[in-house]
Design a protein around this ligand. Structure first.
Ligand SMILES: *Cc1c(COP(=O)(O)O)cnc(C)c1O
Length: 344
């Protein structure tokens, strides 16, 4: 068993030796001038993967979201998103501070809302109300437990948005997890969404980078903001090479992470004092609750950390375990034996 198993997040992955070799050997140029061949190739591949005509390389998923919101909206506009959306609690207040938008939240189930719930939020354009401009979805839904939006649900939401003249944006930080779990192509999930992005620093295991895709006019504006906000880099092919390597080698293996997550959830479900919705574990995120009165999330996390297993605290009694490239089946066994020992 590994000495330390880090289930804190799939952002904890470190580049593999082969990924590092790909980075070391990357062909590079001045990205800002459009001269980095590795970045250019990555961006073209991602546009095709996502079924869009253009794409732009950005340092992070957060910048993809912030740029997309700012391109779609004007200050005072309203963005409709699920109440658990990453935009709300994890982006430093960017939608308000940078784009100047209002977020109107929809109370979905596990991060997924229905077309009717969206319809219920729509209102006629009134001079005293914020202008509704953008509908946002997260595939998979992070705080929703890694739940996968069904294709039909995504299409219905996009159809309602379009019928009301609203733009659509998909936060695809873990879109490829959804694709591997369901067998649905990324471009199919993204159909009907004006902008969509994927993150390379989550389960794909690259040290950074994300690609935002859309039509040519959207990407032209997004690129202007990338420059304005200082997101344009120079020989970033070094990082893009890791992303390209991940696209080639680390997508199908996400199925291993999903299998490990299910094994972990089943094991947790058998430990008295813990509660987990095993059937709800569709991808690589396992949310579980501490019901044992002797513990809360912080105490359990601290006890596990002392024994070489790290979870993240997501609430007073809720913990999250994320499977990824750097936690294998042996790490799952370690996590389970540590939890059993603590709760015995
Ligand atoms: C991680 C994450 C982001 C932000 O991506 P970064 O690359 O960490 O900036 C956005 N949305 C979701 C759902 C995420 O999980």
């Amino acid at each position: 068993m590994p000495a330390f198993a880090d289930f804190f997040s799939d952002t904890k992955t470190r580049p593999t030796a082969a990924m590092r070799a790909a980075m070391a050997n990357a062909e590079v140029g001045d990205e800002r001038a459009g001269e980095d061949p590795t970045v250019n190739r990555l961006v073209e591949r991602c546009a095709a993967l996502l079924g869009k005509s253009a794409a732009v390389y950005l340092p992070s998923g957060t910048m993809c979201n912030e740029i997309a919101v700012a391109v779609h909206c004007r200050p005072g506009d309203e963005v409709l998103c699920d109440a658990t959306s990453h935009l709300i609690g994890y982006e430093g207040g960017g939608p308000a501070a940078i784009a100047g938008v209002m977020l109107n939240t929809i109370a979905g189930a596990r991060g997924i809302y229905g077309a009717q719930q969206l319809r219920d939020k729509l209102r006629p354009d009134r001079p005293y109300a914020p202008r509704q401009r953008l509908v946002e979805v997260e595939q998979t839904a992070n705080l929703g437990g890694g739940a996968v939006w069904p294709l039909a649900a995504l299409r219905e939401v996009a159809d309602v948005a379009k019928a009301h003249g609203l733009a659509t944006h998909m936060d695809g930080a873990r879109l490829l997890n959804a694709c591997v779990a369901s067998g649905v192509a990324a471009a199919d999930y993204a159909q009907g969404y004006d902008s969509v992005w994927i993150d390379f620093s989550k389960g794909l295991g690259a040290p950074g980078g994300a690609v935002l895709a859309g039509d040519a006019a959207f990407i032209a504006e997004a690129t202007r903001l990338k420059f304005r906000w200082g997101g344009a880099m120079r020989q970033s092919g070094i990082i893009a090479a890791a992303c390209e390597y991940a696209l080639d080698r680390h997508v199908e293996r996400l199925a291993d992470d999903h299998a490990n997550a299910r094994t972990l959830a089943r094991g947790i479900g058998e430990i008295a004092g813990l509660a987990v919705d095993v059937a709800g574990v569709e991808t690589n995120l396992v949310y579980f609750d501490v019901v044992d009165e002797r513990f809360d999330a912080a105490r359990l996390a601290a006890a596990a950390f002392e024994r070489g297993v790290r979870f993240s605290e997501m609430g007073a009694r809720t913990l999250r375990a994320v499977t990824h490239l750097d936690v294998d089946a042996a790490a799952v066994e370690k996590a389970l034996s540590v939890l059993r020992e603590i709760l015995a």
